[in-house]
Design a binder for this molecule. Structure first.
Ligand code: SF4
Ligand code: SF4
Length: 441
């Protein structure tokens, strides 16, 4: 039965909606005892998952049950913040029909939605260094992913994405956009920008990608589009070139170890001490390799950069660069220890979400934008062939073909980790070029 579910998920092109887009059929093919529905939405400013949990609680629980069935799990956990009162209430009314599902109410901290933090908060298990929840018998799926699993079991592929569209736009809101909608069109639908020059964060402010202007398209993983003035201090800080980061690190890092004390991976008991990696970078010491390779087990959460460092340095960015250099040299992650327990300071170093938001300087953009539902009338989409971890999907259509919404237009290459892509609007294939398929409605 599990294979049938994972096959349906694969056909529908379901990938992790809350993170990097790991193909969900691979998780559905694993054997675990627990599946966690991740409704934490710990990134400041985002409200997409909260809206979806209010709109589709039945569907999300059904998707959770299907993932439990696929993986053989006997326990399902709905993990969301206790402060999401309406969503918790909506799920509670459904629980009597789902005796194997429980609710865990999480604290309002960042990064409560990080898979490894979530596994510890919900089960008390610690994922090994460089590992994944599967290593401790758990699968974690974002709530939108589970909604998509539910749809997949009805034969409906992934064609839309819930997006929090806020910042310098005139009609902020939570919209359901066809995947492949251009950012420029999404912003036009949201009333246009209220400042002339903008930068856009795809995702949340802590971990999202920033691009200048309105280039870009909505992907399966686009949980938010945060439109900011291009000269906002947060944008300038986050887009500092890496050579500047290095110069600042070498001249300023005082080894205070604040970055280590607040690092969620360190607090889980992992051997990641950011201040020591920074020291190795400063002294240009590749020895002992034990220290520099700790960069491999950083989850790029950004706490060190946005919250911890009193000097405004960014271990996160430096480590991203170090990881690239290590990869180029073929140095793999040697850290695979499994901690027995978290650090004694673990409970006292969680970052309140409001504090995280305040440190970004984006508090003026906070609020609860309304859910505006499905966006109709999109007549141009650009479907990226790589919206997931793994190999790009292989196009199955040619320029000039006509497709209906929901038709498969690209498939995983043989034997590769990848995900299918589907037409999100009906129309004519205007181009199959480079990294995308363009459809004109
Ligand atoms: S980004 Fe910084 S705080 Fe987050 S895991 Fe990496 S080193 Fe730790
Ligand atoms: S918090 Fe900043 S100054 Fe302190 S050790 Fe870390 S990078 Fe260096």
């Amino acid at each position: 039965m599990g294979n049938g579910i994972s096959e349906a998920i694969k056909l529908a092109g379901v990938v992790g909606a809350g993170g990097a887009g790991f193909p969900t059929h691979v998780k559905a093919d694993s054997r675990v005892d627990t599946v966690i529905a991740n409704g934490s939405e710990c990134e400041p400013l985002l409200h997409s998952d909260q809206a979806l949990m209010l709109e589709y609680p039945k569907e999300i629980i059904a998707g959770l049950e299907q993932m439990m069935q696929a993986t053989g799990a006997t326990r399902g956990i709905l993990a969301l913040k206790g402060k999401y009162k309406e969503q918790v209430a909506a799920f509670r009314t459904l629980l009597p029909a789902h005796p194997d599902v429980t609710i865990v109410e999480l604290g309002n901290f960042y990064p409560s939605g990080d898979e490894q933090s979530m596994v510890y908060e919900c089960t008390g298990r610690i994922v090994p260094e460089g590992g994944i929840p599967l290593n401790v018998g758990v699968v974690v799926d974002n709530v939108e992913t589970l909604y998509n699993v539910f749809q997949a079991m009805k034969g409906i592929p992934v064609t839309d994405r819930t997006v929090t569209l806020i910042g310098e736009v005139r009609i902020p809101g939570i919209y359901r956009f066809p995947i492949g909608t251009t950012v420029a069109e999404a912003v036009r639908i949201a009333g246009g920008t209220s400042v002339p020059n903008v930068a856009v964060i795809d995702g949340g402010p802590m971990m999202g990608r920033i691009t200048f202007g309105l280039d870009g398209v909505i992907r399966k993983t686009t949980s938010g589009l945060i439109v900011l003035p291009a000269d906002h201090p947060f944008v300038i800080r986050r887009t500092l070139p890496v050579n500047m980061e290095l110069l600042r690190t070498v001249s300023m890092c005082c080894q205070c170890r604040e970055c280590t004390d607040l690092c969620p991976r360190y607090q889980l008991g992992h051997d990641l001490e950011p201040h020591k990696v920074m020291r190795a970078v400063i002294t240009r010491s590749q020895e002992p390799p034990y220290q520099i390779t700790q960069a491999h087990i950083c989850c790029l959460c950004g706490i060190c950069e946005t919250i911890a460092c009193p000097l405004g340095l960014s271990p996160r960015n430096v480590f991203a660069m170090v990881r690239k250099e290590l990869a180029a040299k073929g140095v793999k992650n040697p850290h695979h220890r499994k901690p027995e327990q978290v650090r004694t300071s673990h409970a006292f170093t969680k970052i309140p979400k409001e504090r995280a938001l305040a440190r970004t300087g984006l508090t003026p953009y906070d609020g609860h934008p309304p859910y505006r539902g499905q966006v109709a009338g999109i007549r141009h989409v650009e479907l990226l062939l790589s919206q997931h971890i793994g190999a790009p999907a292989k196009p199955t259509v040619r320029e000039g073909d006509f497709v209906n919404r929901g038709d498969r237009v690209a498939v995983p290459p043989d034997g590769a980790l990848s995900a299918a892509i589907h037409a999100s609007i009906s129309g004519r294939v205007a181009a199959v070029a480079g990294d995308r398929i363009v459809i004109e409605g």
